[in-house]
Design a protein around this ligand. Sequence first.
Ligand code: LLP
Length: 423
Amino acid sequence: MNHFTYRNGELCCEDVRIQEIAAQVGTPFYLYSSATLKRHFTAFESGFEGMAHQTCFAVKACSNLTILNTFAKLGGGADIVSGGELFRALKAGIDPKKVIYSGVGKTRKELREALAADILMFNVESPQELDRLNEVAAEMNSIARIAFRINPDVDPKTHAYISTGLAKNKFGIPVTEALQEYLRAKAMPNIEIVGVSCHIGSQLTQIEPFIEALRKVKGFIAKLEQAGIKIKYLDMGGGIGIPYDGEQPPHPIDYATAVRAELAGLDCTLILEPGRVLVGNAGVLVTEVQYTKANRGGDKEKHFIIVDAAMNDLARPSLYGAYHEILPVQEPAQDGAEQEADVVGPICETGDFLAKDRLMPSVRPGELLAVMSSGAYGFSMSSTYNSRPKVAEVLVSGERFQVIRQRENYDDLVRGEIISDLE
Ligand code: LLP
């Protein structure tokens, strides 16, 4: 459920006409619905009501300060993977005691910053990271709370690029070697073991892989107990999918019910790291048609709708072949003509497309299109490739809207660059 609907023939976000926002802000822009964000967060949370848990939003999915602040106000924490994400989370008002730090490549500087902020825990992903963290904590006279990220070797049945819990992926420590690392950590003066974590992948459309992973983690927690190590937190990562193209991912409530059943009797606080499921359908990318054209001469006539957004603004179609529904902001006539077309951007690469061979209503230059379900891994993965300034981000709440990130300008593009005086 989201708050992007046609009203009187025009696509609206909550009570605001998208056309109206475009007239004031220009295109392209990312547009988020505050009501959808809140609704998704509360729906996700409600499944775990009465159970000790903490939801830590995966900042990488959508890292705008307003979005993070929206979740902070609802009690959300953050799952971070860099010093930059820590900076954002703290600036947005997220309680450091609700921040967990995942990722395989944490630098000394990043570890220091997170220790100084006194975050809830580090999800350690290698023996060398454990040694480094113990050293850095010792230098700072502090204690680092840790979980190891266990790689459970479970197939999440998702796109290969976003599957993370298989033995061949770079993430975590094999469950078979983890006990030895926990024992090593137990003997370290500046480390406090508090948890076990795992995250098996993203855009999962089935519950079973989550449960299979949990079962392995539970078995491992029992082993730890036998070794005299008691765990406070079980972090099961994120990963629930959303419908992009008719997929039927588990409803968060069904996911929660299955997780609760699996964890019954376990005396741990559950940590969840949802990203996409909270923000994916709360955001769209609005773009304006620049030109339409047909290229003849090949084995079939190809039609192109050339828009002002591109792969640098939304990388998912080019990068993963991902499907995003595209809706005209002016509702097309029910019986209007449709044509197969590629929706493409201005970037000089054939891989620059937002949709391929898509049945589209006929559109003219100047019309607006909304690329749906772009709230997750949309703006946060955007770049300035082809020297295209980053687009604006806008939030709607009820009848009002606000720019929550200014569109970048040409000066922003060259900020920090220097014309060298070296010969
Ligand atoms: N926790 C960890 C440790 C993660 O690595 C991720 C995502 C999440 C939580 C959140 O997963 P989610 O609930 O959003 O599935 N750029 C890709 C997705 C990459 C996911 C990376 N890790 C895409 O556009 O599909």
